[in-house]
Design a protein around this ligand. Structure first.
Ligand SMILES: [Zn+2]
Ligand SMILES: [Zn+2]
Length: 213
């Protein structure tokens, strides 16, 4: 199996987790044996989040999406932002806040769940009043966490271990942009995303009756 960062292999990861006997868990109770906490930090693209969310729904999988209110790349108050929030809920996913420390403006659009964006070691595991910080114990434990950050699995792609049921439980952080856009490296993938965004933005300009002739 080739461990490409594409949607075909993402689907294989989900199938491997099911074969390994994992249950798709929420961050609303302490980890139990065979829990898989499937977490998505949406840093850059609502379109990518929606694509991944639809694929997961087809696969019978529920994940937790963490969305930003301070991103320069998307706006939750736009029509697309509101539709994305509603669609993620409609597909059965949980939605938490992906906040930039120390700002924490949670509101009723979010479940009481927090994932800091690019956290520093000195606060990443600190409990936060009123919300579950998903990087605090017991949801974060060394050896039971994998992340695809920058299109690189520091400890290897987990598909074999998932299929074998090798983790007692796991928090798996997956960034949708990395899997939805094509590219053999993070740089290529980001450029593919920007190409797609350019087309999307041209569409928004046309929708705003901007003369593009
Ligand atoms: Zn793999
Ligand atoms: Zn982030």
């Amino acid at each position: 199996m080739s461990c490409a960062f594409d949607l075909a292999h993402y689907r294989e990861l989900l199938d491997a987790a099911r074969e390994g006997g994992y249950r798709f868990a929420r961050f609303d109770s302490a980890p139990q044996a065979h829990d898989l906490f499937l977490r998505h930090d949406v840093d850059l693209s609502l379109e990518a989040a929606l694509t991944m969310a639809e694929l997961e729904h087809e696969a019978g999988v529920r994940a937790t999406y963490f969305l930003m209110t301070e991103s320069v790349f998307y706006n939750l108050d736009s029509q697309l932002g509101r539709e994305t929030l509603a669609r993620l809920r409609g597909l059965g996913h949980a939605v938490g806040l992906h906040a930039v420390h120390p700002q924490l403006h949670t509101d009723p659009r979010f479940d009481p769940l927090l994932a800091w964006h690019n956290p520093d070691p000195d606060f990443v595991q600190e409990p936060v009043e009123g919300v579950v910080n998903v990087m605090q114990p017991p949801w974060f434990t060394a050896g039971r966490y994998r992340s695809d950050s920058n299109q690189h699995w520091r400890e290897g792609c987990p598909h074999d271990e998932l299929r074998a049921g090798a983790f007692e439980w796991l928090q798996l952080l997956v960034h949708p942009e990395i899997w939805v856009y094509d590219g053999a490296t993070m740089g290529e993938t980001m450029r593919a995303m920007l190409d797609a965004k350019r087309e999307e933005q041209l569409g928004y300009l046309a929708g705003d009756r901007i003369d593009l002739a």
